[in-house]
Design a protein around this ligand. Structure first.
Ligand SMILES: [Zn+2]
Length: 452
């Protein structure tokens, strides 16, 4: 009898421990952001709501509206706060935090030759790639980025694996653009990565990176072949610097059969009318990277002319080249560059336009608009909560414009990806100190190699 009593007691204790544990998990499974002063849904049917709730259930937005029940939910007080979709950074190179501050007085090719290309064939490895990417993901999550398109130079298999491991560990949604060449290790490795990592993760997507140029035809053809075989888009730097048109980038893409819907072209600064027409005719998507274009003296992309052709354009940060992961800064630059060039304050894009480009526009460019980019119930819960009661943001006048002109990453209080909080109460989740120390060690190794 005593034994049975003991067993029963033990079962009760274990059961309650299990229930407490379940309860903890449930806390992250259902979150109500209550009475948010503004909910910028980016969904044209829902519009922008005031004093509204956003309910997250599991990995998705369950509902957006007023007076929702908080039963069983963790509650975040939304008073004085703005809820909006997380940003889609449409183009970046996350490992490049390791070369921050490198060749800051050079244009694209000077910077590439000083900081990036020498690393081909160098001992830079998976540990380095992991450290740089991990730092960048934490930084980027802090500024409200929930999806990144990470164009990896994949200098060697170990580098590519470290890069990808850091992306996976970040819990950010990502597109891994694997730079493919005709080298014999590449195609088998990319196939393996797709099967073993990408296809198994709800957060991961794959693209094939390449660089179209008259001196790189074999690699472009190999990349295009792999892109078709795996049915994933190609991702290229196109007409970025004033030196690029001379390398016949458009001709190389055309002859390889790569100008087709879904192709993601980064920059497209030095395009002619006919080239923009051709890109639009093939439904090519464009990543506009204003901060990078400014830093590398690349020029000003013809964003209003892209808009006139209904090209799908999103915003990118372009990695360490622009020295920051701040999407608010990037949006300001996207507006400011056009205004400065045209001396016309009504010039496209407006603040409302760049907010769309940085969210739903990026999702559309990736073909992910059914999953992310707006706070539409049923879509994945990728969103951010911004404190509008800060010295740099208050008072309330025109919050849509203030989001673009006033916001700093420090105002981002909460970031959710797939329903999981990756920034809580203003702090990125993770061992920030260790991540910084590891990135410093890796940056020192890279620096030593570049300076040799
Ligand atoms: Zn780039």
């Amino acid at each position: 009898m005593e034994k049975r009593l003991f067993a029963l007691t033990l079962a009760l204790i274990l059961g309650s421990v299990f229930l407490v544990h379940l309860g903890r998990d449930n806390e992250t499974g259902r979150t109500l952001i209550r009475n948010a002063s503004m909910v910028l849904t980016m969904d044209s049917a829902l519009g922008t709501l005031e004093d509204a709730d956003v309910l997250i259930e599991g990995d998705h937005v369950a509902s957006v509206g007023k007076g929702m029940s908080a039963a069983g939910a963790k509650v975040i007080d939304g008073k004085g706060k703005i809820v909006m979709p997380g940003f889609v950074d449409l183009h970046t190179h996350l490992w490049q935090s390791l070369i921050r501050g490198c060749a800051t007085d050079k244009e694209l090719n000077g910077w590439l030759n000083g900081c990036v290309l020498p690393l081909r064939g160098s001992p830079v490895d998976g540990t380095d790639a992991y450290a740089g990417t991990r730092l960048s993901t934490l930084d980027s999550i802090s500024t409200g980025v929930t999806t990144v398109t990470d164009w990896s130079h994949a200098f060697n298999p170990d580098f590519a694996r470290g890069n990808l491991r850091a992306l996976t560990d970040s819990k950010q949604r990502f597109v891994f653009a694997f730079m493919a060449s005709a080298d014999s290790w590449v195609a088998p490795e990319v196939r393996r990565v797709k099967k073993d990592v990408i296809d198994r993760s709800p957060l991961a997507h794959l693209m094939i990176g390449t660089h179209p140029a008259s001196w790189n035809v074999a690699d472009v053809e190999a990349a295009e072949k792999l892109s078709e075989e795996l049915d994933v888009p190609l991702n290229v730097h196109l007409l970025e610097s004033k030196a690029d048109p001379a390398t016949d980038q458009m001709g190389v893409l055309r002859r390889a059969g790569a100008l087709r819907p879904g192709l993601l072209a980064n920059h497209v600064v030095h395009a002619t009318d006919a080239e923009l027409d051709e890109l639009a005719a093939h439904d090519v998507r464009i990543a506009h990277n204003p901060l990078s274009n400014m830093r590398l003296a690349s020029g000003v992309a013809r964003v209003p002319d892209m808009k006139a052709r209904n090209l799908r354009v999103g915003l990118g940060l372009d990695g360490g080249t622009n020295d920051t992961s701040d999407m608010f800064n990037d949006m300001r630059a996207a507006v400011g560059l056009q205004r400065a060039q045209s001396a016309d304050p009504a010039r496209y894009p407006t603040p409302a336009d760049v907010l769309r480009m940085a969210t739903l526009g990026g999702a559309e460019a990736l073909g992910l608009e059914k999953q992310i980019g707006s706070l539409t119930p049923g879509k994945k819960a990728d969103l951010q909560v911004i404190d509008a009661q800060a010295l740099n943001f208050a008072p309330k006048v025109d919050w849509t414009s203030q989001l673009v002109f006033n916001t700093q990453p420090v105002n981002v209080q909460w970031v959710f990806v797939n329903g999981v909080a990756l920034k809580k109460n203003g702090r990125a989740v993770g061992d920030t100190e260790r991540v910084i120390a590891d990135a410093q060690a890796a940056a020192d190794r890279v620096r030593k190699y570049l300076d040799r």
